[in-house]
Design a protein around this ligand. Structure first.
Ligand code: FAD
Length: 286
């Protein structure tokens, strides 16, 4: 099934993301965790792609295993470190496995990496290639707080439009902890004439170290309300986990209430976190 048909539906959707192992010895553990999340019967799942190449070989395989569990699934794919030949062969593999959904990304540029060598410079270049190759439903990333490398938010939106025109049917957001940031962004998107469904990316922060890492990488703003929670519970792992799940749940309920019908949870290969969120929403997503 194509993800666009799920997120355009009337029913609020709840989906989960998993990531492949960094080393092959962790493969079975990751598959076990991903399949446990799949057993919660989310509306769909996505599997990230190691932009540096390292573990990218597992993405298609794990996506296919999730589909065998009866869950619509999406493979991520990135430009960084990918030659045209590699992308074409990966697309053939996805096709042969019956994978219909791809999240097309540029990937983060590693330090000391020459962008001149990239055969696909931006995600929109990859989107075009995917579109030419087969009948895939293609999604892309968007940044309610503006991509960290962008000159400004207007330029970022301009390039988002290019990505939509290249063939992106929906956008999944970078994580955010203040829903008003998303509502403002969606308003600006519409004003810029980008009428593409948005899937809200929600990260349940379940430990204090994770939060610091997130902010360093994504430059995501943290509301004081959230900082207070981490200050108070950050050194008590079980309390922090409970508070992080509650915060994410509250965000999701507010999103649905305001008409943002598609929510993707960065479940970080943690079935217990995914399950707790799904249970908290059991009546809401019926
Ligand atoms: P692009 O859309 O190419 O944008 C990158 C930058 O270039 C932006 O500043 C943009 O404004 C600018 N730009 C875009 N198009 C043009 C153009 N035509 N001309 C000039 N400038 C342009 N990374 C991974 O490695 N693997 C993953 O699986 C993965 N999954 C992700 C999932 C989501 C939902 C999100 C939000 C991010 C994910 N990332 C992943 C991280 C992502 O790869 C990085 O954030 C990366 O820095 C940007 O990727 P992009 O696809 O948004 O790039």
């Amino acid at each position: 099934m194509k993800i666009i048909d799920i997120i355009k539906g009337e029913k609020p959707s709840l989906s989960f993301e998993v990531f492949p192992p960094k080393t092959s010895d962790k493969y079975e553990n990751v598959v076990e965790a991903a399949e446990k999340i799949a057993s919660l019967k989310p509306d769909f799942m996505s599997v990230t792609y190691g932009a540096g190449g390292g573990t990218s070989m597992y993405t298609a395989d794990i996506t296919s295993r999730l589909m065998k569990c009866g869950v619509t699934s999406m493979a991520h794919l990135t430009c960084v470190s990918s030659t045209r030949e590699m992308i074409r062969s990966e697309l053939e593999k996805l096709k042969s496995l019956g994978i219909e959904n791809i999240l097309a990304l540029r990937g983060d540029i590693p330090e000391e990496f020459s962008v001149e060598n990239m055969e696909y410079r931006y995600a929109c270049d990859l989107v075009k290639e995917i579109k030419e190759t087969g009948d895939f439903c293609i999604g892309g990333a968007c940044y309610p707080e503006t991509h960290p490398e962008s000159e400004n938010s207007a330029k970022d939106l301009e390039y988002l439009r290019v990505k939509a025109e290249a063939g992106c049917e929906f956008f999944t957001t970078q994580m955010f902890f203040d829903n008003n940031i998303l509502y403002n962004f969606m308003y600006r998107m519409l004003k810029a004439g980008i009428d593409v469904p948005v899937v809200a990316g929600i990260m349940p922060v379940t430990n204090a170290a994770q939060m610091k890492r997130i902010c360093d990488i994504s430059k995501t703003a943290l509301p004081q309300r959230f900082v207070r929670i981490v200050d108070r519970y950050g050194d008590r792992p079980e309390a922090m986990k409970q508070a992080g799940i509650a915060y994410a749940t509250e965000q999701i309920i507010d999103l649905y209430a305001n008409g943002v019908n598609a929510v993707h949870v960065y479940s970080m290969n943690k079935p217990d976190v995914a399950e707790a969120i799904k249970n908290n929403l059991s009546e809401i997503i019926k």
